[in-house]
Design a protein around this ligand. Structure first.
Ligand code: MN
Length: 189
């Protein structure tokens, strides 16, 4: 049985960039629903003995376990997103990661531009990630419940949820404004 990860801040702590109402729905309803569904689906199956990453890797290969894959992916992705949120202003990358970003993108500003562009171009629901692969920093967008673990795209460092439920109450259709607000004010490396 998986249990909801506690948020390390109050539901109103990200205001004005992310409202309490958004988090009440996003954390309390959407994330909880994925987690409850996952627990229900894996109950009494071999998946019940696995950790989240093992479930994602194992169910990815089996079309008949697509619902398990989707719900496990969404639990993993949301927990990664909660870890990528800071209530006290942006928490910048470590010295080591920052020097790789500057090497691979030219500057942190250029990295942010590229990140916003990829997050905006992701068609429909999904996620945008910074990953580390072969010692380099890359930016990848994934659809629906997919993530860099299942797709072999590298080790995730941070992610942002670009499903509409992540931002619609606060930003309506302005995904770019939400991603910008996250990168400038809420990101936690
Ligand atoms: Mn979400």
């Amino acid at each position: 049985m998986f249990e909801m990860k506690q948020l390390p801040f109050a539901l109103n702590a990200l205001e004005p960039y992310m409202s309490q109402r958004t988090l009440e729905f996003h954390y309390g309803k959407h994330y909880k629903a994925y987690l409850d569904k996952l627990n229900e689906l894996i109950s009494g199956t071999p998946y019940a003995q696995m950790n989240l990453e093992e479930i994602i890797a194992a169910s990815f290969k089996h079309n008949e376990d697509k619902a398990i894959y989707n719900n496990a992916g969404q639990v993993f992705n949301h927990e990664f997103f909660w870890r990528s949120l800071s209530a006290g202003g942006a928490v910048m990358p470590s010295k080591e990661i920052m020097s790789k970003i500057e090497q691979d993108f030219g500057s942190y500003e250029a990295f942010k531009q590229e990140f916003k562009s990829k997050a905006l171009r992701q068609f429909g629901s999904g996620w945008c990630w910074a990953v580390e692969k072969d010692g380099k920093i890359d930016i990848v967008a994934t659809s629906n419940a997919d993530n860099p673990i299942s797709l072999g795209l590298g080790k995730p460092l941070i992610c942002v949820d670009v499903w509409e439920h992540a931002y619609y109450l606060d930003y309506q259709n302005r995904r770019l404004d939400f991603v910008s607000a996250w990168l400038d004010n809420m990101v936690k490396w």
